[in-house]
Structures are given as C-alpha cells and as structure tokens.
Design a protein around this ligand. Structure first.
Ligand SMILES: *[C@@H]1O[C@H](CO)[C@@H](O)[C@H](O)[C@H]1NC(C)=O
Ligand SMILES: *[C@@H]1O[C@H](CO)[C@@H](O)[C@H](O)[C@H]1NC(C)=O
Ligand SMILES: *[C@@H]1O[C@H](CO)[C@@H](O)[C@H](O)[C@H]1NC(C)=O
Ligand SMILES: *[C@@H]1O[C@H](CO)[C@@H](O)[C@H](O)[C@H]1NC(C)=O
Ligand SMILES: *[C@@H]1O[C@H](CO)[C@@H](O)[C@H](O)[C@H]1NC(C)=O
Ligand SMILES: *[C@@H]1O[C@H](CO)[C@@H](O)[C@H](O)[C@H]1NC(C)=O
Length: 483
C-alpha cells in the first residue's frame, strides 16, 4: 500500500494524471527525440574513444576537479534516469493506449541499456582521469575492471551474441547509488577460458529470452570442464524431465534406485538407473562404474574393512566409525569431493554428519542421483575455488578424483584451497588416491607440505596393474595456525 501511495505521489508530482491521455502521443514523440539525441551523443563518444584508444575521453582538467567528460556523462546519466522514471510513471497509468504503452516500454528498456553503457563509460573515464592525475581516490572507487585499460569493453566486444554482451556488461545500480555491498555496480562473472571457446559459448548463449533453453546440459558441462567456469547465467527456462514424479520419501530414498523419469537421459549411454547399476556399459563412467549398484557395491563402503591386499593384510579403505572416533562428536559438517552417488554422505548422515557431495555428471547423472537419494549435490568442477569461507568445514573427504593424472601445481592449488576451508582441527581424508609407484614420493611431498598431523597414513600396492601402481590413503588433521 505504501509503495502504491508513493508511486502515485510521484505521478502527481510529475504531471497531473488526467493530462496523460491528452499528451500521451506528444510524450511518445518527445521520448523518441530524446532517445535519438542520447544515441547520437553516445555514438559520438564511442567514435571518439575509437580514435583515441589509449586515453579515451581524456580532457584536460585541473587537479581534483570533475573533468568535463565525467560531468557530461553525469548529465547524460541524469537525463536518462529522468526519462526512465518518466516512462515508468506514464506506463503505470492504466488508461493508456496499449500500443503506445508497448512502445514506451520498449523505449524504456532501450534507455536502460544505454544507461548501463553510460555507467561503464563513466567508470572507465573516471579511471583514466584518475590515472593521469594520480587521483588514487577515484581510481580506487572505479570498478576494478575499468582500472585496466579498455580490456574489458574489448573483451565484451569479442563476443558476437548479444546475450553474452548483456551478461558481461557491468550493471550499475539503479540511480547510480552504492548498494548495501558497497559497490556501484554488479559484475557477473564467467570463466576466462570462455574466451577460448567463443563458438561454443555463443551457441550456448543463443536462445530467446523467456523461452525454453535447449537440452544442452552436456555442452554446458563441456564448457565448464574446459575452464569456462563459471558459465554465464541464462535467461531461458531449463528443460526438465518429461514426467517428473515425486522423489521417494526420505526413509526409502537413501538405498533405493530412484525413478528413471526424474532424469534427463540425453547424453548418456545408459537410459535408466537399472542399466547403470547392472554395469552393462562400463564405458562413459569408468571412474565409478559400480557406484549405482547400491546393494552390493555401495552398501559395504566405509562400513567394514575390505582387504584389498590379503598378503600384507592392508587396506586403503578406512571405516567411517574409526575416522570419526579420532574426533569424537566434533565432526558435524563437511565436503565429499569425489566421483560417486553420495554413499559417503548417506553413511555420514547415519552418524549425524552433514556432507555436501561435490561432483559433476561424468558419464552418468551423479548429481541427480545424489539429490534423489535425499542428499545435497554440489555441481562443481576442479577448476574453481571452493564456495566455502575460510576455516569453516570439519572434514573434507576425497576419493576417485585426485589420482595420478593430476598435475603437481594443480594439486598444490587444490590442497591449499581445501586447507583454507578446513577449520583448525578439521580432518582431511584422502581416500584411495592412486598413482604410479614412481610418482608416489612426489605426491606424498605435496600432502606433507600441509604439515598436518597424521592420524592414518597407508600405502598399498594396487594389484590390477602388476603392482606398478599404489594406493595411498590418509587421515590428517589441520593444525591451528594463529596469526
Ligand atoms: C559510487 O557511488 C557513490 C555514492 O553514490 C559515489 O559517491 C561514487 O562517486 C560512485 N563511484 C563511481 C566510481 O561512480
Ligand atoms: C591493455 O591491455 C592489453 C591486453 O591485456 C595489453 O596488451 C596492453 O599492454 C594494455 N595496455 C596498457 C596501457 O595497459
Ligand atoms: C516411510 O514413512 C512413511 C510415512 O512416514 C511410511 O508410511 C512408510 O511405511 C515408511 N517406509 C518405510 C520403508 O519405512
Ligand atoms: C549389483 O551387483 C551384484 C554383483 O555384481 C549383482 O548380482 C546385482 O544384480 C547388481 N545389482 C543390480 C541392481 O544390478
Ligand atoms: C588380517 O587382519 C585380521 C584382522 O584385522 C586378522 O584376523 C588376520 O589374522 C590378518 N591376516 C594376516 C595374514 O595377517
Ligand atoms: C544422531 O542423532 C540422533 C538424534 O539426535 C540420535 O538419536 C542418534 O543416536 C545419533 N547418532 C549417532 C551415531 O550419534
């Protein structure tokens, strides 16, 4: 009600409501003229900046004062805001010609787009002024992106699809005010490797706003694993399975194969959970080919010692109960960074530990499976920093993910990131890491680098490769590091 009253007040302030219909068309024409003027000014700016690419719009000015360019842009922004407000108010009147209303709305969105561009322009001009006059203050306030040269705008220009440009543009807050996060605009991110996959990304972002997206989860994942991560957001509706049925109730969902209807099977060799469980198609998800066989393969995991190597009576699989007893009652939340169907989280749940399972859909619908079991999937690639704050998690468990394929520097970055999110006293559980025997020492050095307290630390020869490969498992505790 309050809002309504306010907007009415605004209308009254601006114009008497009964004048609307009378001056409706006049106003439309006026908006159009304004629009053309703004476009002309804008075009002249962009042309100018083409001619002087290194220092666009740099006008001489005295120290600390607004340059004419910034002033001019401010004026334009002010006018734009005024126009947008006017358009808003005029469309809020109900007794308006529908065609005119549609036109006004179109103008309004166009004006808003120009306002966005103006905002970007302003930050970059403000920066160049800041740089040339050592005006650190302004430079610091400008968006970090505009602190470089024109790279960002050039970067946006790189993509031909309008929707990518719209996404990547810095979005100034409405009315140019700072928001509660202390920034004047929002920059939506996408992985820099997106630039190396221009064609694929353009195809991915080629859709009609408000329409259905293509069923292209696989292309999306391909982009992500190749480093275009995060992917840009899209403004289309994602596809759902044809007939989504309710997931099983929580008292049944954990150990039963879910309904096949609840998954989009496009892009997989198997088209049902039974097929995945029967392990008929080993290809495609070799990393975890038994993971869908809940009854035989999954149920015993981490619950009883499986003697991988009878001769030396050693196993690289630790039992959850043992690991948790290291820190009785202290382990409450954690992350499982593995390829799997969430069994680790399911078992930890029985010990009242909440685990988020990070995985992507490598050859099988792992994310859906985890979710349908009633567990929390985190769709995350190895490319990204973990979305957790420092010193927050009690445990990180990882299996079948980090193996002998991983580059040492990458492993370093990953381990430091895991260390960051683990709390002091938290546990890092490296579960059956395997690699060629000759690389083992180098990998172990990477784990030793953390200088964690070792609770469990075993190496077991892997039998299926003539003993050329070894398993390594460890449970380590992050030490406190007071500053
Ligand atoms: C950000 O907004 C604040 C408050 O409106 C303003 O003082 C400041 O100049 C703006 N900064 C930029 C770079 O536009
Ligand atoms: C601007 O950015 C480009 C591309 O990153 C870089 O090659 C160039 O050296 C930069 N120029 C200046 C003046 O910083
Ligand atoms: C699960 O819970 C529902 C309702 O609480 C109950 O009707 C059903 O019998 C339970 N299923 C099993 C397998 O316990
Ligand atoms: C799981 O594996 C066992 C043994 O390999 C097999 O007998 C069983 O049929 C499999 N389960 C399913 C659901 O396919
Ligand atoms: C292996 O360990 C089990 C119990 O952990 C023990 O009973 C058995 O004797 C051991 N076998 C050998 C060969 O050491
Ligand atoms: C988990 O929590 C429930 C309810 O608080 C409790 O009854 C149960 O004993 C707990 N389980 C374990 C393994 O601690």
């Amino acid at each position: 009600m309050n809002h309504y009253a306010k907007s009415n007040e605004k209308v009254v302030r601006m114009r008497k409501p009964n004048d609307f219909t009378r001056i409706g068309f006049k106003k439309g024409v006026y908006v159009l003229i304004c629009l053309l003027a703004v476009t002309a000014i804008f075009l002249s700016f962009t042309t100018l900046s083409r001619f002087y690419p290194q220092t666009p719009l740099l006008f001489p000015s005295t120290h600390g004062e607004q340059t004419p360019a910034v002033e001019l842009i401010d004026n334009i922004i002010e006018k734009l805001v005024e126009q947008i407000k006017g358009a808003e108010d005029s469309t809020s009147g109900s007794n308006q010609h529908p065609e005119l209303k549609a036109m006004t709305l179109k103008h309004k969105s166009f004006l808003e787009e120009i306002l966005g561009l103006m905002g970007s322009l302003k930050t970059s001009v403000a920066f160049h002024k800041g740089k040339s006059h050592q005006d650190e203050f302004l430079a610091a306030e400008a968006h970090p992106l505009s602190r470089g040269n024109q790279t960002h705008n050039e970067a946006i220009e790189f993509f031909l699809t309008e929707e990518i440009r719209k996404y990547a543009m810095v979005k100034p807050n409405r009315l140019g005010k700072q928001n509660f996060m202390g920034v004047n605009g929002t920059f939506m991110s996408m992985g820099h490797a997106c630039f190396f996959m221009k064609d694929e990304l353009e195809e991915y972002m080629d859709y009609d706003v408000g329409d259905f997206c293509k069923d292209d989860w696989k292309q999306a994942q391909r982009l992500m694993v190749n480093g275009c991560d995060p992917l840009p957001r899209r403004r289309c509706f994602s596809r759902a399975p044809k007939l989504y049925t309710n997931p099983l109730p929580i008292n049944e969902s954990m150990w039963k194969l879910p309904d096949d209807c609840n998954v989009r099977w496009s892009g997989y060799r198997c088209k049902s959970f039974a097929c995945l469980a029967a392990n008929g198609e080993r290809k495609g998800f070799f990393k975890c080919s038994d993971c869908f066989n809940l009854s035989h393969h999954e149920a015993p995991r981490w619950m009883q010692s499986v003697h991988i190597n009878q001769a030396v009576n050693l196993t690289s699989d630790f039992v959850i109960e043992e690991v948790l007893s290291i820190k009785e009652g202290e382990i409450r939340i954690g992350l499982d960074f593995s390829v799997g169907t969430g069994t680790f989280a399911a078992r930890m749940r029985e010990f009242n530990v909440t685990i988020v399972s990070a995985t992507i859909n490598l050859g099988a619908p792992f994310s859906e499976m985890i979710a349908l079991r009633g567990l929390l999937p985190l769709y995350l690639t190895i490319n990204q920093r973990l979305p957790f704050f420092d010193n927050t998690l009690d445990i990180i468990h990882s299996t079948r993910f980090l193996d002998g394929w991983i580059d040492f520097v990458l492993l370093d970055f990953v381990l430091y990131d895991w260390d960051r999110v683990l709390r002091p006293g938290g546990l890092l559980w490296i579960d059956s890491f395997f690699c060629p025997k000759k690389d083992l020492e180098d990998y172990l050095d990477a784990f030793r680098m953390l200088r964690y307290k070792k609770h469990k630390w075993v190496m077991v020869p892997k039998m299926d490769k003539d003993g050329e490969e070894v398993f390594f498992s460890a449970v380590m505790e992050k030490p406190p590091r007071p500053f």
